[in-house]
Design a protein. Structure first.
Ligand SMILES: [Zn+2]
Length: 142
């Protein structure tokens, strides 16, 4: 009879999965946003990770850098939509492009806001790494 693996829940979640579900980059267990996993329409962010008490805004104004990430994301999205529009319609009307690009920017802004911060913390902050020790127990049980 196989013994139950008591460490199975200690197996680390992949960085991609944790980022997709907006989990804390330090423990990959606590939510970064109050609306949890994939609910991107409420953008209230926790100050500290509810699981390991990591402070998300590591320095005052740290998330200003996320503006540049968000800028890069918007440029990539606009280029994709513009090329896609041209490929499918072969239109040369500037109004079609202006309308579509502004619409896409507006519709994707909650997504860009959330994932620019997540990308910044997961992949653009060299001193911030996953810490398996922090994932073992919630901070209030230590
Ligand atoms: Zn955490």
């Amino acid at each position: 009879m196989a013994t139950p693996d008591k460490y199975s829940d200690l197996k680390p979640v992949s960085a991609f999965n944790a980022a997709l579900h907006s989990k804390c980059p330090k423990c990959r267990k606590g939510d970064m946003f109050k609306s949890g996993g994939l609910g991107i329409f409420s953008q209230k962010m926790y100050t500290y990770c509810p699981y390991c008490h990591f402070q998300f805004e590591m320095e005052p104004g740290y998330f200003y850098v996320a503006m540049f990430v968000s800028y890069g994301m918007i440029v990539a999205e606009m280029i994709t939509v513009a090329i896609g529009t041209f490929t499918f319609t072969h239109s040369e009307s500037p109004w079609l492009y202006i309308g579509l690009l502004l619409g896409v920017t507006f519709i994707l802004s909650p997504f860009n806001y959330r994932y620019s911060r997540i990308i910044l913390l997961y992949w653009l902050t060299p001193k911030l790494h996953y810490d398996p020790e922090r994932a073992k127990k919630p901070y209030d049980e230590l």
